[in-house]
Design a protein around this ligand. Structure first.
Ligand code: FMN
Length: 208
């Protein structure tokens, strides 16, 4: 099956990558709905579907969340970016992260909708990140860029207060969404060779 842009699933898997420069071109509402519907097709523990999504377009809110993200990034990496992800275009211009993207999508998970018990933290994450990946692949198929980000975690409580997100809900990731900015491209990901990460029959016995 191919998508409306003619991209096969295997092609979307191959070319989807973290986009750091966005265009200000508006994203049609239909595309957002298609992408969110794709997210909700993911599997989840006991099919509890604990994911929740908040699309934020308000420039003041994006700016505030971007400032909190940048502070989290400084706490994690300091001012050095060695070993860290490359800076986004907005950061390079000394604008807060996310100020150049039409919208950010908060990928959330509601603890009240997941089963309690051993490994519940693990299951909670495992029941939301497949949805985030579906979202990013669907966006790629429609020619839209995304990037999983997590630096907001230092200010999660502030973001929840700002947007009225309930206590039981975790913000698992924030995904910027928009058309690709100047100099950006799909494809060209760097990955370890299969022989290093996939084994058969016994650990260490290469499959490649
Ligand atoms: C759990 C997770 C957290 C991430 N957090 C951030 C982040 O806070 N900021 C960021 O710019 N990229 C973040 N990334 C993106 C990774 O840096 C990126 O996926 C990785 O370098 C591989 O590059 P690619 O996605 O272009 O293939 C995150 C990715 C994952 C899976």
């Amino acid at each position: 099956m191919t998508t409306s842009t003619g991209m096969s699933l295997m092609e979307a898997l191959r070319v989807q990558r973290s986009i750091r420069r966005f265009s200000s071109k508006p994203v049609p509402d239909d595309a957002i709905r298609t992408i969110l519907r794709a997210a909700t097709l993911a599997p989840s523990g006991a099919n509890r579907q604990p994911w929740r999504f908040v699309v934020v377009r308000d420039p003041a809110h994006k700016r505030q969340i971007g400032e909190w993200y940048d502070e989290g990034s400084r706490i994690t990496y300091g001012d050095r970016q060695r070993g860290a992800a490359p800076r986004a275009a907005a950061e390079e211009r000394r604008e807060p992260t996310f100020s150049d993207v039409p919208m950010i999508i908060l990928v959330c998970v509601d603890a009240l909708s997941t089963n309690p018990g051993p490994h519940s933290d693990f299951i909670r994450g495992a029941s939301v990140y497949p949805a985030m990946q579906n979202l990013m692949l669907a966006a790629t198929a429609l020619g839209l860029g995304t990037r999983p980000t997590t630096m907001h975690r230092h200010h999660e409580a502030d973001i929840k207060a700002l947007l009225g997100i309930p206590e039981s809900v975790d913000i698992a990731a924030i995904v910027p969404l928009g058309y690709l900015g100047e100099g950006e491209h799909f494809g060209g990901k760097k990955r370890k060779p299969l022989a290093e990460v996939a084994f058969q029959e016994r650990w260490g016995q290469s499959i490649a």
